[in-house]
Design a protein around this ligand. Sequence first.
Ligand code: PHE
Length: 443
Amino acid sequence: MTTDRGQWSSKLGFIFAAAGSAIGLGNIWRFPYIAGENGGAAFVFTYLVCVIAIGLPVMLAELALGRATQRNPVGAIEAVRPGSVWKFVGILGVLTGVAILSYYAVIAGWTIGYMISSALGKPIDFGAFVSNPVAMIFYQALFLLLTIAVVSGGVEGGIERWAKILMPMLLILLVILIIRSLTLDGAMRGLEFYLKPDFSKLNYNVIISALGQAFFSLSLGMGTMMTYGSYLKKEDNAVSSGFQVAIFDTLIAFMAGLLIFPALFAVGKDPAAGPGLVFQILPDIFKALPLGNLFGALFFLLLAVAALTSTISLLEVPVAYFVDEKRWTRKKAVWTVGIATFVVGIPSALSLGASPFFSGIQIGFLNKTGFLDIMDFIWGNFSLAFGALLLSIFVGWIWGADRALAELRQGAGDFSWQGEGWKWLIKIVCPVVIFVILLNLFI
Ligand code: PHE
């Protein structure tokens, strides 16, 4: 084992870090805007089904493989099947990490811009902000630098310490803001849109978006949870940890919806406004609060931290790969990958108005416009789902569900009949369902 690895100092350390990875812009930025685009409650319902039936089993599969091999995704697969093509599942994960991080850092940068503007009491005009190329690239770079700084610190020093203090604060602030949002005039129509399913709105787009959102939000399909699982000790209970992470993550996403939709309908904005949705609506909520600027600044600060614990995990996958497999020092890996990510992210940063070309490119049949939105679909949706498909086949059939289950049972106490159920889910249900959904994309 290389010396630049590490281990969580406690089981709680893992839960906070894994929950920190899962909880991020995916919950507070992506979930509401994707739900808004896909008709509200019918999407929310489909999303919950995807989390329980597909996301959770894949989460356990990743944790099992990571802990059993104590390696990054590529190394883990190599350890089980040396010299096989399966290695490319790991490589795909490394690439996906860089690609997602490239545009994630752009949105994360917005949170810093908004935090500063709230603190100064100078409201941002969303459209002008995102079409300002200098601001976009500045904040994107700043956020990547923050990520690089933490990831260079290594597992225990960097990641754990932050997540432990700030995640609980985010939860408390969300509760306060939800109460305000729900008590705005006209909030109930938003609640209805969000929670009362109209299943006639269910269509293929809703289903693939819900599946992709489940993977994105739980940080699955690219080996993040595998990498984090590789820092778990054998006596830790991977099963209950995995469940807790999924529950926290779903709770925060659900709360974000409770925050956004009532306010959205109260001020009469369009739920299908796309990636800018949350940033356009939040200032309205703060305006309706006493000390609104203070709340705003605090909220964007915590959102930035939630995003940071996610970008850390996105960067950690490629970094763990270069440290383990290519024997790079952690520092070299972090800086090389970080700079490459910055360059890849520039078109995304310019795609909300700054560059007409990157803002206007389209994939017609997917209804996606703009480089960032397209990147998000390809990497944050398709690639994660594809990775999860291959991983479930790999763990269920190649490594073997029995071996994976034996690994999960170590430290998990009673996981007897549930374990049998898990085997069935990972071998049959996950591969078949994901495959069918992805196949439809090409028809
Ligand atoms: N789960 C993170 C979020 O919700 C994003 C992420 C995706 C992180 C994939 C790591 C891997 O913001």
